[in-house]
Structures are given as structure tokens and as C-alpha cells.
Design a protein around this ligand. Structure first.
Ligand SMILES: Cc1ncc(COP(=O)(O)O)c(C=O)c1O
Length: 363
């Protein structure tokens, strides 16, 4: 980040392929709903679990779209899904409990488990980024409390298949382990389908489903997410929220009700992400540095760059210093020194410019 700023200060246009947020504006109907709420004086504390209408709207969505057997009593509305993940881990993980994290994984999972005093057991995924089921079985012991899943995945864009989800559910049930399923990129799927592990028989009482509004509705700055948890855990999580954040910003919750309505125009954003994914994957396949595993979801690709002879940190530095392109080293996601994360949450023009800079350097 600092280097990127230095280059920008020198007048070099840095193309940011390291961002984890949609570059689209929040849909106007959502903005208007928040404005109306403020003008109508909806500017005070709300119940800590969230306003009833939003919890009901979320429970409806989870029942209808995700086949989860939940009601408003299972739902806690949180300031972003990151906070939901933080609460869930704080509620479940005690000192020395072990948490299995299939990698590559979003770095906050590891950090939050460490903050809770738990021990992270990373299990590298298979080369196609599918779950290493045997590897997961091998690390389970009587201290294992939780497995964290994330599909579509950050940083790989991998979308888990039904067989993998079923296999993992079987392990969780047999070994009496909780599953935290981070489904924040659920709507950003270009092939295949999203399956919530909480819908698999026997998983209801051991699944904590996380989702939020940041990625689907381009609402990163609004800080709005939620967790669906078995009732006793939802009560514990609500206590943590009650005595920390108190509640989510009142008018942001009203915006959330609006966002969930079918008229919110998310389809054009999803189509544009798909167009960019196709463009960047095709373009990078022609550049000898990259071995691309074309992903089906989210807005990231995680190519192998080992043919460059550099590790991920060196490669990202080279891209930034020589070409003014910022990316994220794979080392950030659980020691993936041979990969980098490229985000295509930026305009197709920026992607074209980045590709053209790379081609020029290689010529
Ligand atoms: C996998 C994953 N989970 C959760 C989050 C947090 O999202 P938010 O707190 O904005 O809802 C992110 C953000 O980048 C993410 O990539």
C-alpha cells in the first residue's frame, strides 16, 4: 500500500488489482431507503440483534434461497460479516480449542482464532482448490471445535461442489464439530450453484452461516452483515454484540431490508464481473508467467506464478515497482508463495491496461 502511494505521488497511475470490494455504486433504491429512514427520524438505538423486519427478511431469504431451517430467532444482524465471524469465533472457541481452516483462506480467520486463544490447523486444499477431505480427517482430534468454510472462496474464487460439502458434513457430524460457513460471495457465481452446508440433514444444529451486504450489493462502507446460528449460540452472540457494538446503525438496517428486495438491480453487476473474469483469465493464460485455474465465483483469481522464478512477494513487488500494478501475494493466505491474488473488482479498461503493461515488459 505504502509503495503504491509513493508511486502515485510520483505521478504513476497505479492499477489496483488488490482491492476486495466491488467498484460499483450502491444501488440507488438502497441509498434512498436509508435517506428516507434518516429523514423520518429512524436514527436511534435498535434492539441489539437487529430490527424485527430485517431479521425476518433475512430468515425468509435463508429459508427460500438457501434451504436453511431458520426463523428470526436464529438471526443476529452485525456491523459487517467480519464482525459476525469475530463474534462466532469468540462465542465458540475457548483457549487451546483447535480450528481447521482449509487454505488458501482469507487472513482474518486465522487472526481471529488466534485472538480467541484457539489454535489454527491449516489444511492446504488440493491443486484444483477443492477441499482436501483426507487431510481434514487427519488433523481432527478431541480438541477440534470448528471448521471454517468459505465458498465462493477468497482468494481462489473456487466454488465448492455438492459432493465436497456432503463429505465435509459427514465429517462434522461424525466428529461432533461446528462449521462456520462464510457465504459472503454467494451471489457472485458464474458457473455451478451455491449450496449452504447448513441445509444438509444433521447440519442444522452445528452450522453457523455468515453472510452480508458488502459484496452482493456493493455496500462495503455501510457495514452490514449477519449470522444465522442455532438458538443457544445466537443468544451468546447477541450478548457479545449487546455489550460491544450495541447494535447496527439503525438506518443501515432499513437499507438492508430494501437491498433484499427482488427489485434491487444486482444482475448487471454480476454479469459485468463474469465478463471481466473471462477477459482476465483468457488474457493471463497467454502470458507465460501465469498458470491460471479459471474460477467459478467471487472476483479473484489466484494464478501460480512459479515459472517466473520469483516467490509471491518478489513477484508482487516486481509488478508494483516495474509496472505500477498492485496485487496481493499468496503468502498472505496461508503461505502460498507460488501464487498471487488478482482482484478483478475494477473496470475492464484497467484490466486491459494492466495486461498491456505486462505484455510490454515481456516483449
Ligand atoms: C471471505 C470474506 N469474508 C468476510 C469478509 C468481510 O466482509 P464484510 O465485513 O464487509 O461483510 C470479506 C471481505 O473481504 C471476505 O473476503
Amino acid at each position: 500500500m505504502t509503495k503504491a502511494k509513493e508511486l502515485q505521488a510520483k505521478g504513476i497511475k497505479v492499477i489496483q488489482l488488490d482491492v476486495g470490494e466491488p467498484d460499483f455504486p450502491t444501488p440507488i433504491n438502497v441509498i434512498k431507503a436509508a435517506e428516507r429512514a434518516m429523514e423520518n427520524g429512524f436514527t436511534h438505538y435498535t434492539p441489539s440483534a437487529g430490527i424485527l423486519e430485517l431479521r425476518e427478511a433475512i430468515a425468509n431469504k435463508l429459508r427460500e434461497e438457501n434451504n436453511l431451517n431458520v426463523t428470526k430467532d436464529n438471526i443476529i444482524v452485525t456491523p459487517g460479516s467480519k464482525q459476525a465471524i469475530f463474534y462466532a469465533i469468540m462465542a465458540l472457541v475457548d483457549e487451546d480449542d483447535e480450528v481447521i481452516i482449509p487454505t488458501p483462506a482469507w487472513p482474518s480467520y486465522m487472526e481471529i482464532v488466534n485472538l480467541a486463544g484457539g489454535k489454527v490447523r491449516e489444511v492446504p486444499s488440493l491443486p484444483d482448490f477443492s477441499l482436501n477431505i483426507e487431510g481434514i480427517k487427519e488433523v481432527i482430534n478431541n480438541k477440534t471445535k470448528l471448521i471454517i468454510l468459505n465458498s465462493p472462496n477468497n482468494p481462489t474464487g473456487y466454488v465448492m461442489k455438492k459432493e465436497e460439502i456432503k463429505a465435509l458434513a459427514e465429517i462434522a457430524i461424525d466428529s461432533d464439530i461446528f462449521v462456520l460457513s462464510d457465504e459472503i460471495y454467494e451471489k457472485l457465481i458464474y458457473e455451478g450453484e451455491h449450496i449452504s452446508i447448513g441445509s444438509i440433514p444433521g447440519m442444522e444444529e452445528r452450522t453457523l452461516t455468515i453472510n452480508g451486504f458488502s459484496k452482493t450489493y456493493a455496500m462495503t462502507g455501510w457495514r452490514l452483515g449477519y449470522i444465522a446460528a442455532p438458538k443457544p449460540i445466537a443468544l451468546e452472540i447477541n450478548k457479545i454484540q449487546q455489550h460491544s457494538a450495541s447494535c447496527v446503525t439503525s438506518f443501515v438496517q432499513i437499507a438492508g431490508i430494501e437491498a433484499l428486495k427482488p427489485e434491487t438491480p444486482i444482475k448487471p453487476m454480476i454479469e459485468e464481473f463474469k465478463r471481466r473474469r473471462d477477459y482476465i483469465c483468457n488474457a493471463l493464460e497467454k502470458i507465460p508467467w501465469f498458470k491460471v485455474n479459471k474460477p467459478s465465483g467471487a472476483f479473484y483469481i489466484f494464478p501460480d506464478i512459479s515459472t517466473s522464478g520469483m516467490n509471491s512477494d518478489e513477484f508482487c513487488n516486481m509488478l508494483l515497482e516495474k509496472l505500477g500494478i498492485s496485487t496481493t501475494p499468496g503468502s498472505a493466505f496461508g503461505g502460498y508463495n507460488k501464487n498471487i491474488r488478482i482482484s478483478y473488482a475494477t473496470s475492464i479498461e484497467n484490466l486491459r491496461e494492466a495486461v498491456s503493461r505486462m505484455e510490454k515488459l515481456l516483449r
